[in-house]
Structures are given as structure tokens and as C-alpha cells.
Design a protein around this ligand. Structure first.
Ligand code: PEP
Ligand code: MG
Length: 595
């Protein structure tokens, strides 16, 4: 990932006016650091004809660019492996190998020589030729690797042109990274170790980059309009990820105030650590299991340290597919699931089947989908790609023989689709039997309830599913018709909308009537303001980012289920978000005073 991000200049001498910028706080914490302003920049490409005597020099430019690209990729690979483990290095190995591939480099040299054009242009032409080849290949995995070669190609072009001197993956000290948008697909190549805080112009609380920042404990503010115009490289910033505030060039008094706040925050964090081994139960004995949402298996340790009782959502597609050269084999997946279950024992690990979009699968349709959120993704995509789906199911079934693994299917829209998924589970079992492999016949199959049509038919689905986990991040966007990643409409993205509350109640009641458990794995579960409401709805489980577990447990231990039920009942009578929000705020205030 590269940028025209320059090394921040020294601190300005003269007094600079302090400027507060408001956004949406999506990952709590206070950071004080310099700004690194990141802008995507593609090199403009021109065809430059060469004189005969210039050709050799041009080939040398290409070779220099290639060497620079190789050493960058090697360094990124080393850092990635160190941070995320050996498995995550493959993509870079593959990219480094591509730089020695005759299909790429020899062809570029040939074009420079034969057509007497500049190296950048020759790379562009070669990539276009390769794109045609990739498009014709039937093998899906191979086609899906198309993105890698283009990544390498773009990096190569930047290095030939000498515009890639400053790249995000070369960061050597801690910055607050500011960008218009760090797309979820960019995050794999970011050297997070040096990102102390993150601010973006786009996004909302449930945008995947925001979720990742929370998982990694990086304070983050999104939806800050005009951010890129108002902040210069190297400016001192205070970022408050809870309040949703970025203060540019703070004065001495503000700095002192925030340093004190930061110390207090650290002390508060420590004060909840004693809750780790205490049960998550209300004052009057109502039990709510608190689980963790994780993107990487390495987070299991942290989940346990924070007192979570299992993994309520493992976003399997992140760890297993992002930044990888190919999809993981059944064996690789089996080991990951089995190890996670062993670590979390006796608690369960709920693995969400790959929630991939067509684009992430490298599918051509991805580029033509005008609305991927409503397109071919999640269970729809898995059912269209039975080999991929079955491989994951086989791995899960085999892991079930060793531990408490469960699976849930994302974006199920109704009973018919759920049955199709269950039929695949049966097929996978049949195949495993045929192959003589050990597996757990009793793998619980649940539903990530996040599509309105599924919510409306929750009573029917509950008769066939082993459990429900409500994915409010998507359910809210689909039910209210509000894009979860669009800051322009984020004011409408309201978990407390009466439509949401009624839907939650219906889903919980449907689950309980059918005798199955119901949890919530959307971000709503981690909001302290909403805990009493969710307890009042009688959720069995709440699953959230690891760092929120102690705070939510603390609240649960301080409420009475009987009072929470009354709060839920009253909330359901209110007509607007504002009324519900004010009511819940008041109830929470009373609770804090009483405790
Ligand atoms: C959800 O939709 O609420 C959810 C938990 O999944 P994701 O945020 O990955 O879509
Ligand atoms: Mg979802």
C-alpha cells in the first residue's frame, strides 16, 4: 500500500490555532501524536517514445524499480509475519516471485525493446495482456489471484517512476493516520504497529475498518468531513475515539487536560480487570453469556483475559482469506478451528461461514455489481460455490469432533435458503463418512440473523436452526435502508429506531418459543447505553469486540433483570429514537448512581 505521504515536517515554531473536528467515535481511547496524512495516488501513465540509444537505460530503470519493489515487499512480509504469523506471509512471497516471472518481467523488457516505449507504459501494456489471460482461465482460485499481479504491477510502476519513496508500510514511528478512506481491503498491508490512532472522512461505527481498529485497540474517529483539507502532515493531534473528536494543533491547556484524561482512562481499564473471572449475571441471577467477536485466532488469548466466555463470532473470511495467495485448504482450516476450540474450552467457538463478496472472491461479477451489499455474497455466494463451501464445512465438522465448534450462516434470507445450506452440511457429512474421516455429527448450525426477511420469518427459522445470532450491523442497514459505511447518512443509522427494537423483540421471542438460544453479535451489543435494554429483551448471549467485555459485564452485574424487563417494555412504547435514547440515558444514569 503506498501513498504520497511525506515524512512529517518538524513542529511548527509559531503559534497555530487549535481546531476541533467532530466525527463519529468508533474505537475508544485517547491518543496524542503527529498526523500522517495519507492519500491514494496512482501514477499518471503516459506513453513516452524512446530513441534507440535510450532503450538500454530504460531497461536499467525497470530493473532498479524491480529491485526496489522486491526489497519493499520483503520488508513488508517480515513485518507482517512478525505481527500476524507465518501464514500471512504467503501473499508477499507470491508477489516477490511474480517479479521474477518471465510472463511479467521478460514481457515488459520485450515491449520496451520492440516498441521503444518507457518502462511504466510497458508494465501497463503487460498487465492489460495478463488481464485477458486471467479472464479466460476457468480455475476460480487462479482467477482470484488476479488482484496480486495487479498489486505488484502498480507498485512496480510507482517504483520505476520514483513516486513510492514514502509508503505506509514503511512507517517507523507512531502516528495518527488520517485518510479519506482506508478500505477494508487496504488494511492487510498496513503496518498497524505504528498506527496509534486512525481518523477517516468516510465510514460509520460498523464499517469494517472501524471494527478492525476496535479489535486491535486503536482509537478511531470516522466521518470527519473536510479532514484531509484541514490537517497538514506533522500537525500535533489529539484524537478522542470515544467522543469522536480530533483536535488539531491543541494549545498547552488542552494538551494537559487530555493527558490527564488519558491517565484516568488507563486507571479505569485496570479497575475492571478483577471482573475477569466473575460470572456475567444480573443482581437477581439472570445469566447473560458474554462472548468475543474476533477476526484473528490470535485474539483468543485476549478474549479469555478480558473474561469472555467463548467466541460468539469468528469472522473466518478475514483471517483465512484476506491477504492470502489462495484459499486455505480443508486441513489448514481444520487446524485453525480445532486450535481455537481447544484454547477456548469449554466455551464454544462460533465460526461464521465465509462472508465474502463476489469481488473478494475475485469473481468477475464483483466489478459489475452496482450494489454489492445486496449482491452475490455470504450464503448466496457459498451456495453458488459448493466446492469452497463444502471445504469449510468439512473442516468445521472435523473440528467438531475435537471441541465445541459451531457454525452460523451469514445473510440467510429465509427458510428455503437455510435448508439449502443444511443440505450442504449433510453432503459434507456424507463425503467425510465415505472418506473415513472422523467428524462431529452434531455440529450446531445457526443463523446470523441480519436480513429483514429472515427477521420477519424468525418464528419459522427458529424451528430449524440450532441458534440465532443477530447481526445488527447489517440488520440495521437493511431494515432502515441506510448504508452502514456512508457517513452522509450515518445520522439515520439508529440502533434505537422503534423498527429495530420491535424486530429484536420478535426474534428473541421466536427463538425462545422454539427453545433455541439467541445472541447478538453486532456492535449494538457493545454499547453500554443499551445493555439494560438487551438484558430486558432476555438475550441469552451478547458477543462483542474483546475490549468491551469488562465494561458490559460490569453493567450486567449492576442491573436487575426485573428492572431491565421494565426498561425494555417501556422502550417499546416510545415512538422516536430521541425518546428511546433519552429514556435509556436517564435509566443508565440512575443505575450508575445506585451502584
Ligand atoms: C453484523 O452484520 O452485525 C455482523 C456481526 O457482521 P459484519 O459486521 O461482519 O457484517
Ligand atoms: Mg453482517
Amino acid at each position: 500500500m503506498s501513498a504520497n505521504a511525506k515524512t512529517p515536517p518538524p513542529e511548527p515554531d509559531g503559534a497555530v490555532r487549535s481546531l476541533p473536528l467532530e466525527g463519529i467515535g468508533v474505537a475508544p481511547g485517547i491518543v496524542i501524536a503527529r498526523a500522517l496524512v495519507y492519500q491514494h495516488q496512482d501514477v499518471p501513465l503516459f506513453r513516452v517514445p524512446l530513441k534507440r540509444q535510450e532503450v538500454t537505460l530504460e531497461v536499467a530503470r525497470l530493473q532498479q524499480g524491480r529491485e526496489r519493489t522486491k526489497s519493499q515487499l520483503t520488508a513488508i512480509k517480515e513485518r507482517t509475519v512478525e505481527a500476524l504469523g507465518e501464514d500471512h506471509g504467503y501473499i508477499f512471497d507470491a508477489q516477490i516471485l511474480m517479479l521474477d516471472d518471465p510472463l511479467l518481467i521478460d514481457r515488459v523488457v520485450e515491449i520496451i525493446r520492440e516498441q521503444r516505449v518507457n518502462a511504466e507504459w510497458a508494465v501497463k501494456v503487460t498487465l492489460e495482456e495478463l488481464a485477458l489471460v486471467f479472464d479466460r482461465v476457468q480455475d476460480e482460485y487462479f482467477r482470484s489471484r488476479r488482484g496480486d499481479i495487479f498489486d505488484v504491477g502498480r507498485r512496480l510502476v510507482r517504483n520505476i517512476a520514483g513516486t513510492a519513496e514514502h509508503t505506509l508500510d514503511e512507517l517507523e514511528r507512531d502516528y495518527i493516520l488520517l485518510a479519506e478512506n482506508i478500505r477494508p481491503s487496504d488494511t492487510g498491508q498496513l503496518n498497524w504497529e505504528h498506527v496509534a490512532g486512525l481518523g477517516m472522512e468516510v465510514g460509520g461505527r460498523t464499517y469494517h475498518t472501524a471494527i478492525l481498529a476496535r479489535s486491535l485497540g486503536i482509537p478511531c474517529v470516522v466521518g470527519v468531513s473536510g479532514l484531509m483539507d484541514k490537517v497538514k502532515h506533522g500537525a500535533t493531534l489529539i484524537l478522542d475515539g470515544k467522543a469522536g473528536l480530533i483536535i488539531v494543533n491543541p494549545d498547552a491547556e488542552t494538551l494537559t487536560e487530555y493527558r490527564a484524561k488519558k491517565r484516568k482512562e488507563a486507571e479505569q481499564g485496570k479497575s475492571l480487570s478483577h471482573l475477569k473471572d466473575l460470572p456475567s449475571v444480573t443482581k437477581d441471577g439472570f445469566r447473560v453469556v458474554l462472548q468475543a467477536n474476533v477476526e484473528f485466532p490470535e485474539e483468543c488469548g485476549s478474549a479469555l483475559e478480558h473474561g469472555s466466555e467463548g467466541i460468539g463470532l469468528f469472522r473466518s473470511e478475514w483471517f483465512l482469506t484476506r491477504g492470502k495467495r489462495s484459499f486455505p485448504s480443508e486441513e489448514e482450516q481444520f487446524l485453525v478451528y480445532r486450535n481455537m476450540a481447544a484454547q477456548m474450552k469449554p466455551w464454544s467457538v462460533v465460526v461464521r461461514a465465509f462472508d465474502l463478496s463476489a469481488e473478494q472472491l475475485g469473481h468477475e461479477v464483483g466489478e459489475s455489481e452496482s450494489n454489492p451489499a445486496l449482491g452475490l455474497r455470504a450464503i448466496r455466494l457459498l451456495l453458488k460455490h459448493p466446492a469452497l463451501f463444502k471445504e469449510q464445512l468439512r473442516a468445521l465438522l472435523r473440528a467438531r469432533a475435537h471441541g465445541n465448534v459451531k457454525v452460523m450462516f451469514p445473510m440467510v434470507s429465509g427458510v428455503g435458503e437455510f435448508r439449502d445450506a443444511l443440505a450442504m452440511v449433510e453432503e459434507a457429512k456424507h463425503d467425510l463418512r465415505r472418506d473415513g474421516l472422523e467428524f462431529g455429527d452434531d455440529l450446531p448450525c445457526g443463523i446470523t440473523l441480519e436480513v429483514p426477511s429472515a427477521a420477519a420469518t424468525a418464528d419459522l427459522l427458529a424451528k430449524e436452526a440450532a441458534f440465532f445470532s443477530i447481526g445488527t450491523n447489517d440488520l440495521i442497514q437493511y431494515l432502515l435502508g441506510v448504508d452502514r459505511g456512508n457517513d452522509q447518512v450515518s445520522y439515520l443509522y439508529e440502533p434505537l429506531h422503534p423498527a429495530i427494537l420491535r424486530t429484536l423483540r420478535f426474534v428473541v421471542e421466536s427463538a425462545h418459543d422454539a427453545g433455541i438460544k439467541v445472541g447478538m453479535c453486532g456492535e449494538m451489543a457493545a454499547d453500554p447505553l443499551l445493555v439494560a435494554l438487551l438484558v430486558g429483551f432476555e438475550f441469552d448471549e451478547l458477543s462483542m469486540n474483546v475490549s468491551s467485555v469488562p465494561t458490559i459485564k460490569n453493567i450486567i452485574r449492576n442491573v436487575k433483570a426485573s428492572e431491565a424487563r421494565a426498561i425494555a417494555k417501556e422502550s417499546l412504547r416510545l415512538a422516536t429514537v430521541k425518546e428511546v435514547s433519552a429514556f435509556l440515558g436517564e435509566e443508565l444514569r440512575k443505575l450508575v448512581e445506585e451502584s
